[in-house]
Design a protein around this ligand. Structure first.
Ligand code: ZN
Length: 472
């Protein structure tokens, strides 16, 4: 039985680093730092998250595409802000075989510059719009800061939706749809989040504005899981993405993107886990139910047969189930599956077989109860709902308790989590607060919140609140 050295409640960061490997999510020993190997359990979890994302894309009429990994330098350089923002973070391909390339290629850090030259060929008329596409691919960024599994890596499992519209107004409708998608998706992942409009100096390179999707981790730091960008026609101009309008005039498209990454796994691990290991939300748990046979001498066959029958029954009802028949003690099995965060454990012993019952144990609250075999499918599905609700509620409570709206920097000092302070709109004032609080600006609330206070730095009237937090 592997021992966990760290407790989540005592040393969150070390606990996190340890649990990702102990629970078989990834292997960090690959000889390139920040490029980790996805192990089957971790990849299954990711693929279930991707499935939820794909379901949302299908529901909202997005088409899946798959663009090449390599981007020619000339395509990459067309949008000036974009190259400034990403230039120092990309990997370059300089040779093909023994030949030096005439033009360098880069590994996509994100795919605007791969897609948009093609969009300009695809879009001719207003009847081609809106164009709604997405892809789920690997992207690459040269991280110089300390890497952390799923949270800060150099090869990133990435979702990106790219859309083109007739005008700003139609693109704004897309932003609204993206916010709704995020709402539904993160509800299923039991992850409450906040949306903030990033300040101008911190928006995505080339964007008109950026909305970030942040969750609060137990360490009190926020983790950005995704972002939604309004590009206006900032990319359409250099990439010549235009269309013929109904009146025969040629106009530039307006564009949006919505991106998310494997950081979602980082949040699932961090937000829901406990000292015993992971706690998986049932929607995405690679295994939702594990059946543990409780073997007594002479009763082996009865118990194992009963486990197999139940396995078939649950599987046929769409439940991801596993029977653990390994020749180790039940206690060791409990330990392993608790570590992996399987939402429900079923124990079946000879007496349960006689009584036509099973013992059901919830991973999140360790609650144990006997239920009849006959009604178990219905009860298991109810338990899934109840586990999801509880995970969400707990995370929401933590988020609410750790969001503070205060008026002065003095009040903000020493507070953990997300701090909102009045803001006059000047970069210098926000920067000074960043320095004092040793945090970062997250942005302002996207819904209009009135602020009649003065800026705590310059004393001028404030129009809005600015959020600050320590971030990953
Ligand atoms: Zn100010």
């Amino acid at each position: 039985m592997p021992e966990t050295k760290y407790k989540k409640t005592e040393d969150f960061n070390e606990w996190y680093n340890e649990i990702v490997e102990l629970a078989d999510l990834c292997d960090k020993r690959y000889p390139i730092k920040g490029m980790n190997v996805w192990r089957p359990y971790g990849w299954k979890l990711m693929s279930h998250v991707d499935k939820l994302t794909r379901d949302e894309m299908i529901k909202t009429d997005h088409q899946e595409v798959y663009f090449p990994l390599l981007i020619p330098e000339s395509s990459f350089k067309k949008e000036e802000e974009h190259i400034e923002g990403f230039g120092s973070e990309v990997y370059w391909v300089t040779h093909a075989g023994l030949n030096k390339l005439e033009e360098r290629w880069l590994l996509r850090p994100t795919s605007e510059t791969a897609m948009y030259p093609m969009f300009s060929l695809w879009i001719r008329s207003h009847t081609d719009l809106p164009l709604k596409t997405y892809q789920i691919v690997n992207t690459f960024r040269y991280e110089t800061k300390q890497t952390r599994a799923f949270i800060r890596v150099r090869e990133i499992h990435f979702f990106e939706a790219h859309t083109c519209h007739v005008d700003f107004k139609d693109a704004e409708k897309q932003i609204k749809e993206d916010k709704d998608i995020a709402g539904r998706l993160f509800q299923k992942l039991c992850l409450p989040f906040i949306l903030s409009k990033r300040p101008d100096w911190d928006k995505f390179a080339g964007a008109f504005y950026t909305i970030s999707i942040d969750v609060l981790m137990p360490s009190g730091r926020t983790l950005q899981l995704g972002s939604i960008h309004q590009y206006r026609d900032n990319f359409a101009k250099p990439y010549e993405i235009s269309y013929e309008a109904e009146d025969g005039k040629h106009k530039n498209c307006h564009q949006t993107t919505y991106g998310m990454s494997e950081r979602i796994l980082g949040a699932l691990i961090g937000v829901h886990g406990d000292n015993k290991g992971l706690v998986m939300p049932p929607e995405v748990a690679p295994t939702q139910v594990v059946i543990i046979p409780i073997i007594f001498k002479g009763k082996e066959k009865t118990v194992l047969d009963s486990c197999d029958t139940l396995y078939e029954k649950l599987k046929n009802n769409g439940i991801r189930v596993h029977v653990d028949k390994r020749d180790i003690t039940p206690g060791n099995k409990y330990y392993d599956w608790e570590l992996k965060g399987v939402p429900l454990r079923i124990e079946i012993g000879p007496r349960d077989v006689e009584k036509k019952e099973i013992v059901l144990v919830r991973r999140d609250i360790s609650e144990k109860k006997s239920v009849s075999l006959k009604s178990c499918v219905k009860i298991i599905k109810e338990e899934f709902r109840s586990i999801s609700e509880d995970l969400y509620k707990n995370a929401e409570k933590f988020l609410k308790e750790n969001m503070h709206r205060v008026k002065t920097v003095e009040e903000a000092k020493g507070l953990k989590g997300i701090i909102e302070l009045p803001w006059c709109g000047k970069e210098d004032c926000a920067m000074e607060i960043e320095n004092i609080l040793e945090g970062n600006t997250l942005g302002e609330p996207i819904e209009h919140v009135e602020c009649k206070n003065v800026c705590p730095v310059c004393g001028k009237p404030s129009k809005t609140w600015m959020r600050y937090a320590k971030t990953y």
